[in-house]
Design a protein around this ligand. Structure first.
Ligand SMILES: Cc1cc2nc3c(=O)[nH]c(=O)nc-3n(C[C@H](O)[C@H](O)[C@H](O)COP(=O)(O)OP(=O)(O)OC[C@H]3O[C@@H](n4cnc5c(N)ncnc54)[C@H](O)[C@@H]3O)c2cc1C
Length: 406
């Protein structure tokens, strides 16, 4: 599928159709700007622009620039009456709603106009694995204390998994600059990691996207893969949490125990994404995505498996993630326990089978995703789609929809 993608380097903007992938988007911007511009998006190049932007969209640039949705300046969409709208004709309420409220409740977004952001010609990446025997627990605890406070050019994201009889925390990082500037920063804030020049690799930002998708990549890195669509096609189960306090050091053992009690075929990972910087500076109500100041990181519980899996594969992985999720209850954001619409999780509550519900019932899951922005989303939905044409298990309901009469 070829999607239109017009990059204007002078104006530092682009129009991108919803069917493009975020890999294609980054590739074209890098190509047109000689690697000096990009757009903040998630770490998996195969993800589509349509859902990603309309739910928020975060990745390695979230500390420097915030979310994808924070940089959208116009959109073309088709509403329930079949009208083709732009920002001016849809109005500011609807334009607000589709930037983080999940596009599927409001219409079909055809394309987006985005403001591009600057990146230096050279960035530095590293991926430093540490086992329990190499002090992984102490390092993870320390990471929680510095991750949201270090320089906003630095994004360090641990990935915790089981490898044979130990746990490994792989500290993966992107730094917006060269290794000479990075090393003193790490020495200052996270010397315990023991990072050396040998661990680091300099590259262009667009190459780092390929690196983050696979870590082990050839030299030179082939960025043309970003134009394809066949990225690691896997089934997976995911859940998310936000943390406002560090997990106590002694509580990590309970996490490891859950990993160790799984059989060899059941694999999960925990991915820690640091907050702080730009994402935390923007107000909770600027767009529907409300998870801003006060969060030190977000945690993704992820379990993936290949297509040729047996029938009970989903169940085993789901059980594992639910155990981890339950165990984490005391340590994560509360009242509500917040969630991210782009990691849609039906466990937090759903509409009825037809996608209808009352505002009160939907507020149970709606406030987890959107906090008080949920009510403004309901207001917008009521204005633009009062009959609830655009609906799914977790679409925003309009006011006055009496479920029993449907
Ligand atoms: C492998 C993988 C890695 C991911 N990594 C990240 C990450 O790093 N950061 C992050 O923030 N998220 C990440 N995500 C989550 C991702 O942002 C969401 O799954 C997103 O919804 C995907 O959008 P899509 O268009 O590809 O998906 P789809 O499944 O096509 O759509 C998802 C939802 O968006 C709606 N939608 C899609 N297009 C439109 C449109 N044009 N108009 C209106 N509604 C539309 C759909 O109806 C559906 O409800 C990841 C997902 C995967 C599968």
């Amino acid at each position: 599928m070829v999607c239109k993608l017009d990059v204007d380097v002078e104006e530092k903007t682009a129009w991108v159709e919803s069917g493009a992938t975020i890999g294609q988007l980054n590739y074209r911007i890098a190509e047109k700007s000689q690697n000096l511009l990009t757009f903040p998006v998630g770490t998996c190049p195969g993800v589509g622009v349509g859902g990603h932007f309309s739910g928020g969209g975060y990745g390695v640039l979230l500390r420097k620039y915030g979310l994808s949705a924070d940089h959208i300046v116009d959109a073309h969409m088709v509403d329930v009456k079949g009208r083709f709208l732009n920002r001016e004709s849809m109005g500011e309420d609807l334009f607000w709603a589709i930037r983080g409220g999940g596009g599927a409740s409001f219409g079909i977004i055809v394309s987006w106009k985005i403001n591009l952001v600057a990146v230096p010609p050279t960035v530095t990446v590293f991926n430093v694995p540490r086992t329990l025997e190499q002090n992984a627990t102490k390092l993870l605890f320390k990471w929680q204390c510095i991750a949201d406070k270090v320089h906003e050019d630095l994004f360090i994201s641990p990935l915790l998994s089981r490898v044979n009889s130990t746990m490994v925390s792989a500290f993966t990082a992107l730094f917006l600059g060269g290794v000479d500037r990075l090393l003193p920063l790490i020495q200052d804030s996270f010397p315990e990691l023991g990072l050396t020049r040998k661990d680091c690799r300099e590259m262009t930002f667009v190459e780092s996207i390929v690196y983050f998708d696979g870590y082990e990549v050839e030299d030179p890195i082939n960025v043309d893969v970003l134009l394809g669509r066949d990225f690691h096609v896997r089934f997976f189960r995911g859940k998310a949490d936000y943390l406002t306090e560090p997990i106590p050091e002694e509580a990590f053992q309970g996490i490891y125990d859950i990993f160790f009690e799984q059989d060899q075929e059941t694999n999960g990972v925990l991915l820690f994404f640091p907050y702080g910087g730009k994402i935390s500076e923007i107000s909770e109500s600027e767009i529907p995505y409300p998870h801003r100041a006060g969060n030190i990181y977000t945690l993704l519980y992820y379990a993936g498996w290949d297509l040729e899996s047996t029938d009970d594969t989903y169940q085993r992985h789901d059980n594992m993630l639910k155990k981890l999720f339950n165990y984490m209850t005391p340590y994560v954001a509360k009242n509500p326990r917040t969630a991210y619409i782009n990691y849609r999780d039906l466990d937090v509550g759903t509409n009825d089978k037809l996608g209808h519900t009352s505002v009160q019932e939907a507020s149970v899951w709606g406030k987890k995703y959107f906090k008080n922005n949920f009510y403004r989303l309901v207001h917008v939905k009521t204005m633009v789609d009062p009959e609830n044409f655009f609906r799914n298990e977790q679409s925003i309901p309009p006011f006055n929809l009496v479920k029993d009469e449907l």
